[in-house]
Design a protein around this ligand. Structure first.
Ligand SMILES: C[S@@+](CC[C@H](N)C(=O)[O-])C[C@H]1O[C@@H](n2cnc3c(N)ncnc32)[C@H](O)[C@@H]1O
Length: 358
């Protein structure tokens, strides 16, 4: 932000009378709050909005005793604009202003924007405005594609601030090193991560089939004395997961495993779990057999996630899970909960089903 240096009339008083002078100047609407205050070792220079009148001079003399009036070079305060709209109101047309997103994701010190087509040419200006309004934001990125591929990541365009996609994100008393360009992470799952973590009882064995950088696994191990096997197929996600296990001091309670969940369960985790987390909503259905194999012979709980745009989204998710479980010679004993987690696209929801399996 550029600050202006201008000549302003100033009232100069000894420092010991500084606050008295400030209060009086405020009462008389003479203090220029847009400008910085100057001081030297003995005196304080209060910037004024204008020259003072003879009556005002008399009143000041009466209340303050000696003072000086001088012209001094004063710098303007770098006042932060209150909103992105305020920051851009003179730079964009009314229809462009109307297209500014009302909200955006914040991951650590990174803001992630969805730039509408109408604002594409102004995207860097919008990015700079976000930086100026939000002092904790150091990086502004724009989504540049859909979440895609096995690793469930998307591309980003850098708009403003430092050019990086890594940051440290705090969530529910845990801290996560994330790299948005290389491993999945969504701040929109904050409540869901906590909801699942709250259900886990001491000494449970949990298998997090699609663990990412570890938000479910680590929050569980941080809350309760459980053992969590955290699997992911993306090497960068598992490298970050290992770092996060260490950062959150849950070493030994979360076991990071790089690989395909299907293969890992077959080789190492058959009939080991009291609880299985299946947060791969685009294709969890094709892993219901894997979850059934991981759950102990005596039964356990599955947290099953699915996307749905159907008006009967919740019934649809329950049916899919029940059928999948039965096809694997097990049974859903009870649906503990079924609800919408968050909107995942226009007219589409991420649904969770918590089910007791035997
Ligand atoms: C939607 S993300 C969820 C990450 C994490 N649970 C969270 O809440 O942030 C799904 C993760 O599954 C991983 N994944 C995809 N296919 C996999 C597979 N066959 N085996 C293990 N992990 C897989 C991806 O790399 C991605 O990190």
């Amino acid at each position: 932000m550029v600050s202006l240096v201008v000549q302003r009339p100033c009232l100069v008083v000894p420092k010991r009378r500084g606050q008295e002078a400030r209060i009086l100047l405020s009462e008389l609407n003479l203090l220029d709050n847009r400008m910085r205050v100057l001081t030297d070792s003995e005196k304080i220079f209060w910037p004024l909005v204008r020259e003072i009148s003879d009556d005002e001079r008399l009143m000041l003399q009466d209340r303050l005793g000696d003072f000086e009036l001088v012209y001094a070079k004063i710098e303007s305060r770098n006042k932060r604009p209150k909103s992105i709209l305020e920051e851009l109101e003179e730079k964009l047309t009314p229809s462009q202003l109307a297209a500014i997103p009302h909200s955006f994701d914040i991951v650590g010190d990174i803001a992630v924007l969805e730039i509408p087509d109408e604002l594409f040419d102004q995207r860097f200006l919008v990015g700079e405005a976000v930086l100026r309004v939000h002092k904790n934001i150091k990086v502004v990125l724009a989504k540049a594609g859909k979440i895609d591929g096995v690793a469930r990541i998307r591309r980003f365009t850098h708009l403003a601030g430092e050019n990086r996609t890594t940051t440290l994100h705090r969530e529910n008393n845990c801290v996560f090193r994330v790299d948005l360009a290389s491993a999945y992470f969504s701040p929109r799952l904050v409540t869901e991560h906590a909801r699942v973590a709250h259900q886990v009882a001491p000494r449970e064995v949990v298998v997090d089939l699609f663990a990412g950088v570890g938000p479910f696994s680590i929050q569980i191990a941080k809350k309760v004395d459980a053992l969590v096997y955290a699997i992911d197929i993306n090497k960068t996600a598992v490298d970050l997961l290992k770092l996060n296990i260490h950062l959150n001091k849950v070493d030994g309670r979360v076991i990071p495993i790089l690989g395909d969940a299907r293969k890992i369960v077959e080789e190492r985790l058959f009939s080991k779990a009291d609880r299985v987390i299946m947060n791969l909503p685009g294709s969890a259905e094709s892993f219901i057999d894997v979850a059934c194999r991981a759950i102990k012979a005596g039964g356990g709980i599955i947290h099953y996630y699915q996307f749905s745009s159907s008006p009967e989204a919740m019934d649809e998710a329950v049916n899919t899970l029940e059928k999948g479980v039965e096809a694997n010679s097990r049974k859903v004993n009870k649906i503990l909960e079924c609800k919408k987690v968050r909107p995942s696209a226009p007219h589409e929801w991420q649904i969770v089903v918590d089910a007791k399996i035997r």
